[in-house]
Every structure is written in C-alpha cells, then in structure tokens.
Design a protein around this ligand. Structure first.
Ligand code: PMP
Length: 341
C-alpha cells in the first residue's frame, strides 16, 4: 500500500514550509505593500505566481491531469534534485539507475550524498528482467527509468515500467524528456494504478524553449504536495511563465516542428547508415541519434575543428557519438563534413 509518510524523509514530512507574501493573500487588491517589491510598475516588478496557475491550467488540459498532480520546476533538473531532497535519506535510501543513461541522476545523488546503484542495461539497451533488477535492490529511494533513454534513444514498455513500480518500495521516476518525439504512450497513463510513479517532462526539447527552464513533474497529489513544500517559493520566474504559456497555446507550431525533426531524423539515419566510417546507427524515438563509428575520436575532433559540435559518448558506450537532429541545412553540412573525413 502506498503511504507517503513511509517514503518521505522525516524532516521533510514534518516541515512547515515558508509562506510567501504572494501565497498568503490571493484576492483582488489595488495596493500591494506586502512583499517589499519596488512599486513602480514594469512587467517584472512583482514576484511571480508561486504555483504557476495559468501555466498549470494549460498543462492540465493538455495532459488530462488535475492541477494538484502537476509540479513545475526550473527545468526538470530542479525536479530531479527536489525528489532527492524529499525522498532519499542520505546514507539509508539509494538511487537506482540503468546506465548508459542521463548523467544528472548520479550527479544529483552525489550532491545529496545518496548512494547510486548501477544496474546496466542489456547489450541491446533493453532493461534487465525484473528478477535481475530486484536482485540489486535492497532499499527504497528513487529508481530512474529514462524513456526514451538518453543517449540510446530507445523507449521502454509501460508494462515493464508498471511491473517495476509495483514491486519497488520507493518512487519510480520515469524521465520522459524526449517523449514528444515518440508515438508511444506516456507513463502518465500509469499514475492511477501505480501511485509511486513520478513522470518528468520538459519544455526544453520538442517545445523549443530550453532557455526558459520549464520542467514538469506529474504524480499523485501527495507527492506533488511534498515537492511544493520544499521548492524555493518563486522557482519559476514571471517571464518564463508568460512565454511558456504562449508556447503551449501555440502548440501547432511545436507539432509541425516535431514532425519535421522526425522526418529529418529518418534522412539522417539513412545517410549515416550508408557511410563506410559508420558501424551502426541506433534507432531512436528521440531527437538524436546514437552512432557507432569505426574511429569515433577522429570523427569527433575533426568535426569540432570544422565548428560542428556533437556529443562524445565514448565514455559510456564504446566508439559512440550522439548527434542531435538539426535543421535540414545543419544536417546537410554535418553529413558532408563526415563524408569528407
Ligand atoms: N532528462 C533528460 C533525459 C535530459 O536529457 C535532460 C536534458 N539534457 C533533462 C532531463 C533536463 O532537462 P531540463 O532542461 O528540463 O532541465
């Protein structure tokens, strides 16, 4: 049985949160002298809405979730850090990850003095079987499933995620930073049945507003309540809230770009597969391709000298480089540069 008290650090469960000025009075008023702001009106002289209500209303329609199931952070990286602070007791709880995967889980665990247990993905980058996973699990804490996974690009089935969640005593964090590029269903659909799942999504990738720093966590309302309790009072600034709202209201442009980027990804996949310097291109449900080269160091450094920067993932996967899908022009330049090498 899910019990929020069992998975939350005791100091956090008991915490009386800070109550900001903008939280204490929410009605209509003409004169605001409660928050020590500068009274001369500009677009940004006032503190932002601490709970980003307008943005959440739009997200709630889009994701078909209640407002109290949504947390918005200063990027999903903030949500990752807050999850550690709320749900991992240093020295006792652990973080479980499936390498090769997104590096911040381990860094955030280290910042919070939480041990990371690495359970390697199989050679085809699929998750190990449930029994192999649970052989390595001996505590509660956080278990991260990045789906589609960065840097491998593959996605995991909801059945597998649900099976892991139903046996894990802590929280299963499903990081869906790249889900908008995939046709697969989000793990949001599991939230009703598996109350210990937290789904992370972001506006940094498909939505094209990485600079705004808008990340989202979706979960049951008790988990969201805890995240709200410990977040900095004004964690999402006014300009980001306003621009984020505009972006969500103009979703047709986002959808057009997703479809364009997916077509470009297919072209890039074919072009790279044909090249003699390429050993293998991994199929991807995200906006990047993981490519194994014969000589990845040579490719990486030569591209760099030509002013083309891709991500070197050889420390995680031998001879592999990760290439973000760019505009048609950028992709052509990249392809020609690799051909020249
Ligand atoms: N999760 C994954 C898998 C990512 O690749 C990234 C960004 N590289 C993030 C989370 C962080 O996203 P945000 O910009 O929302 O902090």
């Amino acid at each position: 049985m899910f019990n929020i008290e069992n998975i939350t650090r005791k100091n956090i469960f008991r915490l009386i949160p800070y109550s900001s000025a903008r939280e204490e009075f929410k009605g209509e008023a003409n004169i605001w002298l409660d928050a020590n702001e500068n009274p001369y009106e500009t677009e940004i002289n006032r503190y932002p809405d601490p709970y980003q209500s307008e943005l959440k209303k739009e997200i709630s329609k889009l994701k078909m979730l209640e407002l109290n199931q949504i947390f918005i952070g200063n990027g999903s990286d903030e949500a990752i850090d807050l999850l550690f602070r709320a749900f991992c007791e240093p020295g006792i709880d652990k973080s479980y990850i499936f390498p090769p995967t997104y590096g911040m889980y381990e860094v955030s665990a280290n910042i919070n003095n939480v041990e990371t247990v690495k359970i390697n993905l199989k050679n085809d980058f699929d998750l190990p079987s449930c029994s192999d996973i649970f052989k390595k699990i001996d505590s509660k804490g956080l278990l991260f499933i990045c789906s589609p996974n960065n840097p491998t690009g593959n996605i995991y089935s909801l059945e597998t995620i649900a099976a892991i969640a139903s046996s894990f005593k802590g929280l299963v964090v499903v990081d869906e930073a790249y889900i908008d590029f995939s046709n697969s269903e989000s793990a949001i659909s599991l939230l009703d049945k598996e109350p210990n799942i937290v789904v992370l999504q972001t506006m940094s990738k498909a939505y094209g507003v990485a600079g705004l720093r808008l990340g989202m966590a979706f979960a049951n309302k008790q988990i969201i309540e805890i995240l709200n309790k410990i977040k900095p009072p004004y964690n999402v600034n006014s300009l980001s809230q306003a621009e984020g709202l505009k972006t969500l209201k103009n979703r047709s442009k986002v959808l057009e770009q997703i479809s364009q980027l997916n077509s470009e990804k297919a072209i890039l996949f074919d072009e790279l597969t044909k090249m003699s310097s390429v050993m293998r291109v991994y199929p991807s449900e995200a906006n990047f391709l993981l490519v194994e080269f014969k000589d990845s160091d040579k490719e990486f450094t030569t591209l760099q000298t030509k002013g083309i920067i891709i991500r070197n993932r050889t420390s995680q996967i031998k001879n592999c480089l990760r290439i973000t899908v760019g505009s048609p022009e950028q992709n052509n330049i990249l392809i020609n540069a690799i051909k020249e090498i």
